[in-house]
Ligand binder design. Structure first.
Ligand SMILES: *Cc1c(COP(=O)(O)O)cnc(C)c1O
Length: 374
């Protein structure tokens, strides 16, 4: 007798205990259709612009899909080495910087021989993927609340270090709140934590930063053997769909990362796209600047409305709406805008096409007049 899939998937094979307790990654939803309105997705911090023309041309004729990619992404790493002025040996690629992060966690944090979990400290709220990646690695999350203006509380994070701490994640600019970490505060932090703790500086939005005092992870990696910098082609380069990211660290760490790295994580087509985008970086910078200009326009517009927002240094803004978060997201959906609500906390809105940004500002202008329902 044939069994239905419900019967065969009866939950008889339990996953590792940690899997049952993991939060689900809630990917940004596509916008709902609204009659007569073009809809816009402002929920995943994607670039609203396609990759530059040179990239589209470079991958258009690609058909070697019967071949495995170069497991070391050698061409891309050589180009990155040149671009960042670092040895190619210090770069490890991954399927997005999330892939690179998972490689770091799998290498340095997990379950100890005594059965106890290692600890990974990070700010919260921060990147939604962190608790999932840390949990999957078998380690335990230690979350230190961000300050009222959406910044890492580095003093508290340093105080949270214990004998079990193996990795600390710094997210700059912080997704979803927006501010970048300062160069001096990060350096002071690095000097205050034990040198045998791996400090990851996640710079997914580095190209959007205009804060003069902001940290540059690459400079710190040169000086600190326990620093790993994460960067990605997903945001500024507009290549989120191709999954290319990388980590940069000194050989003391890189030698182990290379052992753990998923073989063939970066496809050929992704490597060619990333390489070409990097070779035409001035064009990427031009696009990023249009988004930065839009970000600044949106931030100024919000402030003119009297909305207080943390300093946005990425391609998104954070609305600290608290209990209003879900209601605001529903109001956005009515205007065919999808935004990312974190229930009870706030709403993150990605910078998109100028019309979408203008519509978002209009929504905010109208929203302040709306009854709060309380
Ligand atoms: C978007 C994002 C990433 C990058 O993800 P990819 O895997 O490179 O697409 C990493 N860190 C943060 C904080 C992000 O917001």
């Amino acid at each position: 007798m044939l069994m239905t899939s419900a019967e065969t998937l009866g939950g008889d094979i339990p996953p590792r205990p940690v899997v049952a307790g993991l939060p689900r990654y809630a990917a940004g939803k596509p916008p709902a259709a609204v009659e007569g309105l073009q809809s816009y997705k402002l929920s995943s911090n994607e670039s609203p612009l396609p990759p530059i023309a040179a990239v589209r041309e470079a991958i258009a004729g690609f058909s070697d899909f019967n071949r495995y990619p170069d497991p070391l992404s050698s061409k891309l790493r050589a180009e990155l080495a040149d671009f960042l002025a670092v040895p190619a040996e210090d770069i490890v690629t991954g399927a997005g910087s999330l892939g690179a992060l998972n490689q770091i966690l799998a290498t340095f944090a997990g379950q100890n021989d005594d059965g106890k979990a290692d600890e990974v400290i990070y700010a919260w709220r921060s990147f939604e993927a962190y608790p999932i990646s840390v949990g999957l690695a078998g380690a335990e999350s230690v979350r230190i609340p961000v300050t009222a203006d959406g910044r890492h509380d580095l003093d508290e994070m340093a105080r949270a270090v214990s004998a079990r701490t193996k990795v600390i994640l710094l997210c700059t600019p912080n997704n979803p709140t927006g501010p970048a970490l300062g160069a001096q505060e990060v350096e002071a932090f690095l000097n205050s934590v034990p040198a045998n703790i791996v400090v990851v500086i996640d710079e997914a939005y580095q190209e959007f930063v205009r804060d003069d005092g902001a940290v540059n992870g690459i400079e710190l990696y040169r000086k600190y053997p326990n620093v790993v910098v994460l960067r990605t082609f997903s945001k500024a380069h507009g290549l989120a769909g191709l999954r290319v990211g990388y980590s940069v660290s000194q050989p003391a760490l890189t030698q182990y990362l290379r052992v753990v790295a998923t073989p063939f994580a970066v496809s050929q087509i992704a490597e060619v796209a990333a390489l070409t985008s990097l070779q035409n970086f001035p064009q990427v910078v031009e696009r990023v600047q249009t988004l930065v200009d839009e970000r600044d326009r949106v931030a100024a517009g919000l402030r003119a409305l009297g909305w207080k927002i943390p300093d946005p240094q990425g391609n998104f803004v954070w609305l600290d709406l608290g209990a209003e978060a879900a209601r605001f997201a529903a109001a956005a959906a009515e205007r065919a805008l999808s935004v990312r609500a974190f229930a009870g906390e706030g709403v993150r809105v990605s910078i998109g096409e100028p019309v979408a940004n203008t519509r978002f500002l209009q929504l905010c202008a109208d929203y302040t007049k709306a009854p709060t329902g309380s």
